[in-house]
Design a protein around this ligand. Structure first.
Ligand code: ADP
Ligand code: MG
Length: 232
């Protein structure tokens, strides 16, 4: 089917790391909400796609050679006009050429810009002993500095997922407190089960990194803004 076809394309490029757009496409096939996204090869094409998607847009480097796009100065958010897109396209291609001298031809993805929200990360790795293990945490300093994450071995029950939400130190950011509205934990639970189904269905998926997922107020869902799937 469509997901297997993406695996074939990635392998045909002698890679096991599925680039962001294709990784998110796989999640979309699994029923997950993602921003509109298209691949452009020229400035003109990027402008055309930005107009089609609607401003503001996000531009990101698209290449089998570049995994951490920000490290390559390959992410620009909040571009509001055709001129900004034209200039942004050029800048990203230039930065990529400096960062990675081996690749000949880079492309740029044009994406819908998601409204800011609580940033969540969800990861999966296959452990030799435990099998697939899932990681859940709040994005930014919560994970990078405080290492505030929750880990569980798959498969998860609803109860397991609820416990993951409450056992991180930053859990109150997900709940209603003072001016803060509760986050849409039902949609987040659903996303975790969608990820789990992918992992159980496709043994060739070795690793998943959703970083970040934007999580909105109760009733407003979530959107996966960056994804990476690694095949074995
Ligand atoms: P990296 O490969 O460096 O992790 P990301 O795709 O995560 O690149 O982009 C870097 C940051 O830009 C994200 O953490 C997020 O805050 C922001 N961002 C990325 N894509 C979008 C989007 N479609 N809408 C809004 N913000 C985005
Ligand atoms: Mg990211």
């Amino acid at each position: 089917e469509k997901i297997q076809e993406i695996f074939r394309v990635v392998r045909a490029n002698n890679s096991n790391v599925i680039p962001e757009v294709f990784s998110k496409q796989i999640f979309e096939y699994a029923g997950v909400n993602i921003p509109k996204q298209e691949i452009s090869s020229t400035e003109d094409e990027a402008v055309y796609l930005a107009k089609k998607i609607g401003f503001p847009v996000v531009l990101k480097i698209h290449s089998f050679q570049i995994v951490h796009k920000s490290d390559a100065k390959g992410v620009l958010v909040g571009l509001k006009s055709s001129d900004e897109v034209r200039e942004g396209f050029r800048e990203i291609i230039q930065n990529a050429a400096i960062y990675n001298k081996t690749s000949d031809k880079f492309q740029v993805t044009v994406q819908e810009m998601a409204e800011p929200a609580t940033e969540i990360i969800i990861g999966m790795k296959r452990d030799e002993i435990f099998g697939p293990v899932i990681l859940f945490g709040l994005g930014g300093v919560w994970v990078e500095v405080l290492k505030d994450v929750s880990l569980r071995v798959l498969p998860l029950t609803e109860r397991d997922v609820e416990l993951m939400f409450t056992e991180i130190k930053g859990t109150s950011l997900l709940e209603k407190f003072r001016g803060n509205e509760a986050r849409d934990l039902a949609s987040l639970k659903n996303l975790i089960f969608q990820l789990q189904n992918l992992v159980l269905e496709f043994p060739e998926i070795n690793e998943i990194d959703l970083n970040p997922v934007f999580l909105y107020e109760k009733g407003h869902g979530n959107i996966v803004v960056d994804a990476r799937i690694v095949l074995n």
